[in-house]
Design a protein around this ligand. Structure first.
Ligand code: SF4
Length: 271
């Protein structure tokens, strides 16, 4: 793993996503090594030649830059941690950059959210409890360990992430589940989706949001390779996804809707 301590000029950056005003990404590069990760496209802007998952840039001056930028931010804003890379990847245990940034945000009244796959976030619930408005959203693509080991080899099992949701929810911290991406014909079965709904409900998550796979060329090639190797009978249907996404999404929405109603869990679509 190549670890670089870098200095950033800006850490509160305008987001290109309509529901988010600003993004904070204390790390660039991600040790979670998810095989469908599209943040890999950022490599071309940063000059990294190492494989995705083998390097992390740590923005060591992020807390002081954030403190400066917040003083200039007059409007109440929606700020999300982790729009590109996980803010609670393992190096956060040592560097605590995300923790320090959250601490700096405590006197402000911005609407915050954190997107993570990591249970390390529960370390910071002393600060989360003090923030004005905060939601922790856990990305959990499947409860099936086989799928996780293939596509998200370095992340904690779904069971541990649901346990972390329960811990936060019991502390009164709002949580949700983000199923992203649904891997077509691999993690989209009624059983898989129902299991997510059941676990989300029992852990206290407020809703479950779903998104589909974005077949960027690099991601698409990698997903096909892994499906061919680990789920060979799913390869043929998967290939149809590329040309038939519209119809796939209609059917997936219907399936999610039916299961969400059945299990009485609030569900949302990001696609
Ligand atoms: S946790 Fe997120 S940023 Fe990190 S590798 Fe996985 S998808 Fe990419």
């Amino acid at each position: 793993m190549f670890i670089n301590e870098v200095k950033c000029k800006s850490i509160l950056n305008k987001s290109g996503i309509s529901a988010i005003d600003y993004a904070i990404n204390p790390y660039y590069g991600c040790a979670h090594k998810c095989q469908y990760c599209y943040a890999v496209f950022m490599k071309k802007f940063t000059g990294h030649t190492e494989p995705w998952g083998d390097f992390v840039d740590i923005k060591i001056n992020a807390p002081e830059v954030l403190a400066r930028q917040l003083q200039r931010l007059k409007k109440r804003s929606r700020i999300t941690f982790g729009t590109v890379c996980d803010p609670y990847q393992p190096l956060e245990l040592k560097y605590k950059i995300t923790r320090q940034c959250l601490e700096i945000l405590t006197p402000y009244r911005h609407r915050l959210s954190i997107l993570t796959k990591s249970t390390i976030v529960i370390r910071d619930r002393d600060i989360l409890r003090r923030l004005y408005k905060i939601r922790v959203s856990f990305t959990i693509t499947s409860t099936d360990e086989r799928i996780r080991k293939v596509f998200e080899p370095v992340t904690p099992p779904a069971e541990k992430r649901f346990k972390a949701i329960r811990t936060l929810a019991q502390d009164g911290i709002r949580t949700s589940v983000f199923v992203a991406p649904v891997i077509p014909y691999v993690s989209d079965s009624p059983t898989t989706i129902a299991n997510i709904f059941k676990a989300a409900k029992s852990s206290g998550a407020e809703y479950v949001m779903f998104d589909t796979l974005n077949p960027y060329p690099k991601v698409w090639r990698n997903v096909q390779r892994l499906v061919k190797k680990h789920f060979p009978d799913r390869l043929e249907p998967l290939i149809t996804y590329y040309t038939n996404r519209k119809m796939y999404k209609v059917r997936l929405r219907e399936r999610i809707g039916n299961l969400g109603e059945k299990h009485r869990v609030d569900y949302r679509f990001a696609f």
